[in-house]
Design a protein around this ligand. Structure first.
Ligand code: FA5
Length: 333
């Protein structure tokens, strides 16, 4: 039995020293020292020994167990250390290598301008509202004092989906939607940015799809001078203090009086940027407001026109072509 133990020890020690992975050590431990391991099974056979030999063999077996334990532990520590070294070597980072520059995107110039416009108007106490791009005729025209046979419908050539549904031709229907939702209460101060669609022929300054920002203020004593003041505050913040603005008489069925607003551009001269006016009493009335009690102004500006003036862009089609050479010029860094 002593020889068996001796052999077992040699075998196990050799296996431990040959092991190259921690899992192998775990298997060796189970094989020799585990409950069903070989050393245990040798010890189980001790019952058949004469009583005087049992302590001697027991001592030898214990010694074998201790030797194997300590060899296993040593090897385990060594393998762990080696694994750590290997990981450190493979994960080494060279902090002196030049960095990689991730490609960053930037805001589209139109969004850049829309954000600035929203910032300016929220600073003046306006809230941002939204409305659908697919609109019903009633909101796009009728509630704006443009009945079906009104000649001024020709001012905005439309994309109809059905006789009653169309792509909105301007953001003015949002005026009506907001007034209806406020149910006769004041004050209302909103702007509404969004896409609009017209059967216009595309050229350097016109597009069949473009962006408008509607503005609406309704309160007990709103007059043309408030409209003038708000627009001038906007224009000076957008184009710089001292920028000149002029109001030209114009016509919109939903405002009375109506104006068109131009600003003076050092190279282009006077340029129209928006239409505006005092909300027509009939529009107020249809949206649930008493024109004897409240009044309001409204305006609708073309965002592309503003961006073109601000950044010196000569063709509206640049906004929609996704040419990176154009878009990269608006990176803010
Ligand atoms: C309107 O659309 C009115 N709803 C504006 C309004 C609102 C007036 C509230 C009164 C009260 P107009 O059709 O003029 O008006 O368009 C307004 C602005 O949109 C124009 O000044 C111009 O800047 C821009 N715009 C008009 N048509 C085009 C187009 N095809 N391409 C690009 N911008 C356009």
């Amino acid at each position: 039995m002593r020889e068996r133990l001796e052999m077992l020890k040699q075998e196990a020690v050799a296996a431990i020293s040959e092991a190259t992975r921690l899992e192998e050590l775990r298997d060796i431990r189970v094989r020799y020292l585990g409950k069903k391991g070989e050393l245990t099974s040798v010890l189980r056979g001790m019952g058949s020994l004469p009583p005087e030999e049992r302590p001697v063999i027991g001592g030898v077996a214990n010694e074998v167990r201790q030797v194997l334990e300590s060899r296993l532990q040593e090897k385990e520590a060594w393998l762990e250390e080696a694994a750590l070294e290997e990981r450190l070597a493979s994960e080494r980072i060279d902090v002196t290598l030049p960095g990689m520059n991730p490609a960053t995107g930037s805001l589209h110039p139109l969004n850049l301008v829309l954000e600035q416009i929203e910032d300016i108007f929220t600073g003046l106490g306006f809230q941002v509202a939204e409305g659908p791009e697919v609109e019903v005729d009633r909101y796009n025209f009728e509630a704006l004092n443009l009945p079906k046979d009104h000649p001024a419908r020709d001012m905005q050539d439309s994309f109809y989906i059905t006789p009653e549904i169309l792509l909105r031709t301007h953001t003015s229907p949002v005026q009506v939607r907001v007034m209806e939702s406020r149910e006769g209460t004041v004050p209302i101060r909103i702007i509404c940015p969004g896409k609009v669609y017209r059967r216009d022929d595309d050229d350097a300054t016109h597009s069949h799809q473009f962006t408008q920002i509607e503005g609406l203020m309704v309160d007990t004593h709103v007059s043309m001078s408030e409209l003038h003041g708000v627009l001038l505050a906007f224009i000076e913040q957008m184009f710089g203090a001292g920028t000149e603005m002029r109001l030209r008489p114009s016509y919109f069925p939903f405002t009375e009086p109506s104006v068109e607003v131009d600003i003076f551009h050092p190279e282009k001269g006077w340029v129209e940027i928006l239409g505006a006016g005092m909300v027509h009493p009939r529009v107020l009335e249809r949206a649930g407001y008493d024109p004897e009690q409240v009044s309001g102004f409204a305006f609708g500006m073309g965002a592309e026109r503003i961006a073109m003036l601000k950044y010196g862009i000569d063709d509206i089609r640049h906004f929609y072509n996704n040419d990176l050479r154009f878009l990269r010029q608006f990176r803010s860094e």
